[in-house]
Design a protein around this ligand. Structure first.
Ligand SMILES: [Zn+2]
Length: 200
């Protein structure tokens, strides 16, 4: 090892380093052999400091379908994961699917980090078609006629292992979007509309 020439910052390894993750790993292995650990370590350190992926898990209480997936990695949302989540969060009454607002998942991800939980979110209601929402609104005063649920921007959840009051407090502390507290029905509503809260 010590017979090898010292690492040259302008060498091919360094250029590869910036090309892609695969090249980064390859270059790291090569660079170690060239005892340039401090340089490689600083790159690796930067990677560790920033979150490289976001995971989320849901159980739809109406259909018993569940999903656990990495929905964001290396700075990008993963379309296949979003599609799979969208399916689990569909309107179970009508079967309608709708694109879900990715900000909602980020909000839930933050909420979970705040609570130090790795449990799956139990879903009482996520996307609702206009028809389903109108039916529920006619039946219950607690359902808004114009609801973020019909835009894929709201979800009603509880989190096993965390008291509902704690989930509610944590959601309020994020200070983003809408937060509704429904202790009698044992769920909280979160949405990506403007910051507001009710029921607390
Ligand atoms: Zn709701």
């Amino acid at each position: 090892m010590y017979k090898q020439k010292p690492f040259d910052a302008n060498s091919q390894s360094e250029i590869k380093l910036t090309n892609s993750r695969r090249s980064f790993l390859k270059a790291s292995v090569g660079a170690c052999a060239l005892f340039t650990l401090p340089l490689v370590a600083s790159h690796a350190h930067a990677k560790i400091m920033q979150p490289t992926e976001k995971k989320i898990a849901f159980l739809n209480l109406h259909t018993s379908e569940r999903i656990k997936t990495t929905y964001w990695a290396e700075g990008e949302y993963i379309p296949e994961s979003l599609q799979a989540i969208r399916n689990v969060l569909r309107d179970h009454r009508s079967g309608d699917l709708h694109t879900m607002d990715t900000n909602l998942f980020d909000m839930l991800h933050l909420l979970q980090r705040q609570l130090g939980s790795d449990q799956e979110f139990n879903v009482i209601s996520a996307f609702r078609s206009e028809k389903t929402n109108a039916m529920l609104a006619a039946r219950s005063g607690g359902v808004a006629r114009s609801s973020f649920h019909t835009q894929g921007k709201a979800i009603d959840i509880r989190l096993p292992g965390s008291a509902l009051a704690d989930v509610h407090t944590a959601a309020l502390s994020l200070n983003i979007g809408g937060v509704g507290y429904y202790p009698r029905s044992d769920f909280i509503h979160v949405d990506t509309g403007h910051t507001r809260s009710w029921g607390g």
